[in-house]
Every structure is written in C-alpha cells, then in structure tokens.
Design a protein around this ligand. Structure first.
Ligand SMILES: [Zn+2]
Ligand SMILES: [Zn+2]
Ligand SMILES: [Zn+2]
Ligand SMILES: [Zn+2]
Length: 416
C-alpha cells in the first residue's frame, strides 16, 4: 500500500488535526475586526448559538469581553426577529439544527483539507488513516472511481484496531463537550425534569440530556466491571467513544475495538453493495432495453450505502432525552406556578426553546413561552433596544448592565 509521505506513520486522523487547528484559531478570528464581529453575531443569531463543545472552547478563551459583546448583539438580533418575523417560532427548530458558527468555520477548513487529500489520492497516493467521523467526510466527496479503493483501504487499516486515537481521532472536541456537561451538572442528580425548572445556571432540557449521558456512562462502567463485552452499551461515534474511554480507562482498547469492528463491517457491506450493483449493471447492458443510469444518481446511491453505521446508543439516548424533556416543559406551560419556576430559573437555551415553541399548543401557553424567552433575551441584550439591533455596529463595546459572558453563553449554546 502506497502511503503518502504526509502520513509519517502517525496514528491519528489528518482531518482531526485540521479541525483542532481551526478550533484553536476560531476565537481570535471571530473577534478580529468589525466585519468579523458583525458576521459572528449574525451567525450566532442564525444558528441559535453554539454547540456544547464550542461553548466550552469560548468560555475558556482569552477573548471573554469581546464575546460578551457578541452575545449581547446576537440576543438583540433575536429579539428583533421575534418582533419582525411572526413565523420565526414555527421555523426556529430548523435554525437550531444547523451546525454552530464555530462548527461551520471548522468544517470549511476540514472540507478544504479533505479535497486536498482527494487530489493527492488521484495522483496515486492513498488517503491518510481517518477516524470514524471523518470517514464520512471522505466518502461524501470521493468520486465514483475513488470510492472503492477508499473503502477497501480504510477497512484494511481499521481491521482489528484497538488504538483509540486511530479509531476516534482527536479527543479535544469530546473532552470539551464532557467538561461542559460535568461543570453544569456539578454532580447533581434529578428525579424528574421539573426538578430542573428553577435551576439557576442550566437549561432544564440541557440538564436532562447531560444527566442521561451520565447514566449511560454508569452503564458502561457496570458493563466493564462485570466483564460484559459491552456490545449493548459501547458507543459508535467518535465523541462518545472518547467520553466512554476517558471514564473507563481500562476498557479504552475494548471500546475502540468495538467501534472499529462496526466500521469494518459497515465498510465491507458498502463495498459488497457497490460490487453487486456493478455486476447487475454489467448484466443489464446485454439487454436491448438497457438504459444507462445517471452517474450522479449511481454515485449518490454508492455514497449513501458506503458507511451505514448502526446508531450510536448515547446519541440515541440524547435524542430521546431531548424529546422527553421538551415535552415535560411544554406540558406545564399551562400551570402558572410551574411557569413561574421556569421564569425564576435559567430558562431554556435558545436551541431547546425552538423545539418547545414548535410543540407548544397555540394560544396562551405558547404566547407565555415566547414572552418568557423574549424577556430573557432582552436582559442578555442589555438595555439595547430591539430597533437598534438592525444596525448593530458597536459589537466591540460591552453594553451596560448585561449579564456576564458565562450566563449569555449558557443561553446561546447547548450544554449537552
Ligand atoms: Zn478525524
Ligand atoms: Zn460547534
Ligand atoms: Zn438547552
Ligand atoms: Zn454518539
């Protein structure tokens, strides 16, 4: 196998290295000039805030006061959207699902690097070893002729692998994600979602998801302690592989091997499906009725089938916890007492507000939810009037009386 000279035998993923470099530069880039700051506050408002990993990155960065001003500007933009777009709360859930501004910046860099590797692969060099998440990136851009060699080569490299850095790439993003969950939960446990309604520093939905992940980690620990093979609890995405491995150090190799085996099975199945499709097409050519399929359609089918991983258990649990907690919030909107608790507490982060607003029944319950969120955002925007926000210019100034960057970030990011 002709490995590129760029690989140097290093075990970790080349695209993870690019992602880490982009992350390290993000905060300075976002506040580097007036234009960037304006763009950044627009992006925060458009995506309803940061993901947990990037929120943690920002919270530990040097540029705290600059970001505090950006959150205030983003909050003002959101208040403005509430007032000017009557349908905003019906469609906000799509904004909430977008990659966060820092993820978008990182993914642009990773995409460029992936295309550079693709060009090198075309000149006879093969891809460097990729982690399970970045395999999707490579498959997503590989042209028809490069797809089979890519699947075969990566499957070959991962077979029998128990090296966690090789399988799951860089741990940095996952460790920031976990650090945020731990700090916000602070080892507290809750019996029901309602116990989180008046929590002062945590969105109840974020808190419930974080607790669900803690419970999953407990189940991984139990599986490791009793010597079970972990088949039913071990994770399959890079982030959760690192989180589980960091918590259950002794089992890191077993967790990595489990994920690697799943990827290998999936790559082999993808490769077989492509070969079956090629054989079927070759046989069909003999027929007078043969009609050539669109190459774009064939490539799309091949890529979709190339890496069909089984669902990652903690990812599934987090999605279910989100749904359960949002429903619990929506259910009590009719109760003045419970709504009062939500008002007194931290309230929903913008991303989870978007889900709640979609589910809340039309009428007084939804109106109350929107009023509550607008009030929180107004406080974040610091007395800046909504009318001014359309021409936010002074992103570099800290508005008087606005809450600190930590509070603003917890409203404009998810914690889990
Ligand atoms: Zn990677
Ligand atoms: Zn992000
Ligand atoms: Zn939340
Ligand atoms: Zn996962």
């Amino acid at each position: 196998m002709d490995l590129s000279p760029h690989v140097d035998g290093a075990g970790t993923c080349a695209l993870c290295a690019t992602a880490d470099t982009a992350d390290a530069r993000y905060c300075r880039h976002a506040v580097a000039g007036l234009e960037q700051r304006r763009h950044c506050s627009e992006a925060i408002a458009a995506t309803l805030g940061y993901c947990a990993s990037h929120a943690e990155l920002i919270e530990t960065a040097d540029e705290q006061s600059e970001f505090a001003a950006l959150y205030a500007a983003a909050a003002a933009r959101l208040v403005d959207r509430f007032e000017r777009e009557p349908d905003f709360t019906r469609t906000a859930v799509f904004d909430a699902q977008h990659a966060c501004p820092a993820c978008q910046w990182r993914d642009r860099h990773v995409g460029r690097e992936a295309h550079r590797w693709l060009a090198l692969a075309g000149t006879g060099l093969t891809w460097p070893p990729l982690c399970i998440d970045h395999l999707h990136t490579a498959i997503g851009i590989a042209p028809q002729g490069a797809l089979q060699p890519l699947l075969a080569q990566q499957g070959e490299q991962l077979r029998g692998c128990a090296d966690i850095a090789r399988v799951a790439g860089s741990p940095r993003s996952a460790r920031r994600w976990r650090a945020r969950m731990c700090r916000l939960l602070a080892e507290r446990r809750f019996e029901q979602v309602a116990d989180l309604f008046d929590a002062p520093a945590l969105c109840p939905v974020c808190g419930w998801i974080a607790q669900t992940i803690e419970r999953w980690i407990d189940s991984v620990r139990t599986a490791v302690r009793i010597g079970a093979d972990g088949e039913t609890v071990f994770p399959l995405c890079a982030g959760h592989v690192w989180i589980a491995a960091d918590e259950c150090g002794d089992a890191a190799a077993a967790i990595a091997a489990h994920a690697a085996a799943a990827v290998c099975r999936s790559l082999a199945a993808g490769l077989q499906a492509i070969q079956r499709d090629e054989r079927a097409d070759a046989e069909a050519r003999a027929s007078v009725w043969y009609r050539r399929r669109s190459p774009a359609y064939v490539l799309g089918q091949w890529r979709r089938g190339a890496l069909r991983m089984p669902a990652c258990l903690p990812c599934l649990l987090a999605a279910t916890a989100l749904e359960f907690a949002v429903e619990a919030v929506v259910d009590v909107l009719g109760s003045t007492r419970q709504r009062g608790r939500l008002e007194r507490g931290h309230g929903l982060c913008m991303k989870h507000f978007a889900y709640a607003a979609l589910l809340a029944p039309r009428g007084s319950a939804r109106d109350a939810l929107i009023a509550m969120q607008t009030e929180k955002l107004r406080a974040l925007a610091g007395q800046r009037s909504a009318a001014v926000s359309a021409h936010v210019r002074a992103e570099s100034e800290l508005p008087a009386g606005s809450p600190g960057p930590g509070t603003a970030l917890s409203h404009l990011s998810a914690a889990a």
